[in-house]
Design a binder for this molecule. Structure first.
Ligand code: ADP
Ligand code: MG
Length: 700
């Protein structure tokens, strides 16, 4: 249970004064985690990305031009638009003792101007002052205030990332209201440590960022920002070491096998293993045979052949008379793994079953019974494998594919389905070495950097979306020559309904050209429809598959040789790389077309250039990290690295090791978080929603 002290932070944003149902909805869209209502905390963690500095208070004659200033002036004259049309701007002449300036309003509301700027009144106006056509002017001042109003104006105004319909004022007011209600919490940092770095307390840090004293206050290197980043890193590291320690205390069990079964499977393959695959399998086998519990990450770029590594690891425990589970993040992938592996397994006498959320009741019952009595050796499935009703006779190994979709908590749940279950996690996101720790704690890592022989490079090109007609023309020829094509539609504002609409529209357009050779798959489809669409493509019945990013992870159709990505500028590098990895798997030469909407920003341009330069996932991951902080990436939350909200790893990376050491120290001295310091750390875990770890310690 969440400690009551944190309730004000987890209260819905709508409960704040000034946040009505309409703005509330916009905040939910902007900040809601996993489609839930936005909470006060979500806004407080939504740090300003910039500021407007209104502190300069010059006389008009001395004011620097093209800068934001706040000037005290007297209203001299109103000059409504001339002529009968009434168009053109409404000008108000103002002056101080050093000179005059015009305030310019387009499409002005005359009543508002008359009310805010009555003749002769003294006013403070704040905005960008420019020199134009021989005089000073300020177009649409940001603020027009009297003496009273000036007192309330923040001298440095925070600027927030917004969504359409929401204004800075909404975010600023809500942040103020949320701060006003935020509770003072006991500090979970060692006071001497915080002092040495000149870090403020948690609440003071939030205040310093949402009420910046100067523009530097929000810099990622500023003390307040470092403090919060550290808090987030500490929470994640603490959660990781606790889960890890828990696994250790649960103990391990040696699973020994001579390796005949794996050899049989291997000899049934039409190709030989890569050196990297062999090395990974050897490492895993050694882990399985040891008394220690295995927690290993297999990191391999798309197409590096991780599935086979998983199968041979599973074969090891099966040969020892025990069972294995192989978990995929989606139904499509679970089914694909099952269909791929079933014939191989049948040949080698390994019994495998499929368990997803959509099995018929009778089927499911039979599968569950078979698992419980040991009539099945391997269960392949989705998170349905976690459910309580699933029991194994003797589960030895759990393989979790494409791990980033699952939380630590779920890994643990699967680990508890057997006695001392070894866990193998596979990820297609080539995570830079520096970050492996962050995401996986002290897991052992096997890396598949080498790709299977015979892979041809993918010809990657970028072209503006205006040339879509040419692309369609090219597809005609390619389809006639027997090619298959993925056509990926972009994420729109992380809003699935809009994604689907875009994909639907593209589907209909392509149908006009290619008729029923075009298929469609998207996240809003029912599971069975989705499977049917995927299968039709896999069986080469449909030739063009229009998709949202549901195909991003893991899908394998070797005959597909063309990948079209629309609005490539909206995707992150990791995502583009994953998508491109769907082609270049078969004998044919493959092409990836990145359709972009001009003009491209600097960061998007850099991303597209990197895609054209290299297919090395590790290099792309490093570049991604470098570019990440610098541009907005739509859908970045879904892509690659799971997002930290406050820590930006390029800047705060050095704090990671400190957080890790601290987490270990805590675990040694106070494993159940019983001391006062430990109690404060529990708050931290809850604050960053790592309660799965908090659950592991005894309630205090
Ligand atoms: P990923 O690492 O992306 O999960 P897969 O395991 O899906 O990659 O493998 C991609 C493709 O490469 C599959 O069609 C698989 O059969 C094939 N493959 C795997 N290992 C080898 C190998 N050693 N030589 C040739 N092809 C391989
Ligand atoms: Mg895979």
């Amino acid at each position: 249970m969440r400690p009551a002290a944190l309730n004000p932070l987890f209260a819905p944003l709508r409960s704040l004064p000034g946040v009505g149902p309409k703005t509330g909805k916009l905040f939910d869209r902007l900040l809601g985690q996993n489609g839930e209502e936005a909470r006060c905390l979500d806004l407080l963690f939504h740090l300003p990305h910039g500021t407007i500095d209104r502190r300069a208070r010059p006389k008009l004659a001395e004011a620097e031009r093209d800068c934001v200033v706040t000037v005290e002036v007297q209203v001299i004259e109103h000059r409504p638009p001339a002529g009968r049309s009434g168009r053109g701007p409404y000008r108000v002449l103002v002056a101080d003792e050093t000179g005059d300036a015009q305030l310019v309003f387009f499409k002005a509301n005359h009543d508002w101007i008359a009310k805010m700027l009555p003749l002769g009144a003294r006013r403070w106006v704040s905005g960008r002052l420019e020199f134009w056509d021989g005089h000073l002017q300020m177009v649409h001042p940001d603020r027009v205030l009297d003496e009273e109003g000036l007192k309330d104006m923040p001298p440095v105004e925070p600027q927030y990332g917004l969504t359409e319909g929401l204004y800075q004022r909404n975010a600023q007011r809500a942040a103020e209201a949320a701060l006003a209600r935020a509770p003072d919490l006991p500090d979970w940092l060692d006071p001497a440590f915080a002092q040495r770095r000149k870090w403020p307390g948690f609440l003071d840090a939030l205040r310093a960022l949402h009420r910046p004293a100067d523009p530097q206050a929000i810099d990622p290197r500023a003390p307040a920002r470092q403090r919060l980043a550290y808090d987030e890193l500490l929470a994640s590291q603490l959660a990781l070491v606790m889960v890890r320690a828990r696994m250790k205390t649960l103990g391990g069990r040696a699973t020994k096998a001579p390796g005949a079964l794996a050899a049989r499977l291997e000899s049934a393959l039409p190709f030989s293993l890569t050196g990297a695959q062999r090395a990974a399998i050897a490492e895993i086998r050694a882990d399985l045979e040891s008394e220690e519990r295995m927690l290993r990450l297999v990191q391999g770029d798309v197409g590096s052949g991780k599935t086979l590594v998983a199968l041979l690891a599973l074969a090891h425990v099966v040969e020892a008379g025990r069972q294995g589970a192989f978990m995929a993040p989606t139904e499509i992938l679970a089914r694909q793994h099952y269909e791929r592996l079933a014939p191989l397994c049948a040949q080698a006498g390994v019994r495998i079953g499929l368990l997803t959320g959509r099995d018929k009741a009778a089927e499911r019952k039979a599968t569950l019974a078979a698992l419980a009595e040991g009539a099945l050796d391997i269960a392949i499935g989705t998170h349905a494998l976690f459910q309580e009703s699933v029991a194994f006779r003797d589960l030895a190994l759990a393989v979790v594919d494409e791990q980033h979709r699952f939380g630590v908590h779920q890994r643990l749940a699967l680990g508890e389905k057997g006695e001392a279950v070894d866990v193998l996690v596979m990820t297609a996101t080539p995570i830079p070495r520096t970050l492996v720790l962050t995401y996986f704690g002290d897991m052992d890592v096997s890396t598949l950097r080498e790709k299977p022989a015979g892979r041809k490079p993918v010809d990657t090109r970028a072209l503006p979306v205006e040339r879509i007609d040419e692309v369609v023309g090219g597809l005609h020829r390619a389809l006639d020559a027997g090619a298959q094509v993925y056509w990926v539609c972009p994420l729109v504002e992380e809003n699935e309904e809009l994604d689907v609409a875009a994909a639907q529209e593209r589907f209909e357009l392509l149908r006009q050209f290619f008729g029923d050779r075009v298929g469609l798959v998207h996240g809003k489809m029912k599971g069975r429809e989705k499977d049917a669409a995927m299968e039709a493509f896999q069986r080469n019945e449909t030739k063009v598959l229009v998709a949202t990013t549901v195909i991003e992870v893991g899908v394998d159709v070797p005959n597909a040789s063309i990948m079209v990505i629309e609005h490539a500028e909206r995707f992150g590098l990791a995502q583009l790389h994953q998508l491109r990895g769907r082609v270049g798997r078969g004998a044919a030469k493959s092409t990836c077309l990145l359709l972009y909407k001009a003009p491209l920003g600097e960061v998007s341009k850099a991303r597209i250039n990197i895609m054209r330069e290299t297919e090395d996932g590790f290099r792309i991951a490093e570049e991604d990290l470098r570019l990440r902080g610098e541009g907005e990436i739509l859908g970045s939350r879904q892509s690659g690295l799971p997002g930290f909200r406050l820590a930006s790893l390029d800047v705060h990376g050095p704090l990671l090791n400190i957080a890790r050491e601290e987490a270990k120290r805590v675990l040694e001295n106070d494993p159940d978080l019983q001391s006062d310091h430990g109690q404060a750390l529990r708050l931290l875990l809850h604050l960053f929603e790592r309660e799965e770890a908090a659950k592991l310690v005894r309630a205090g």
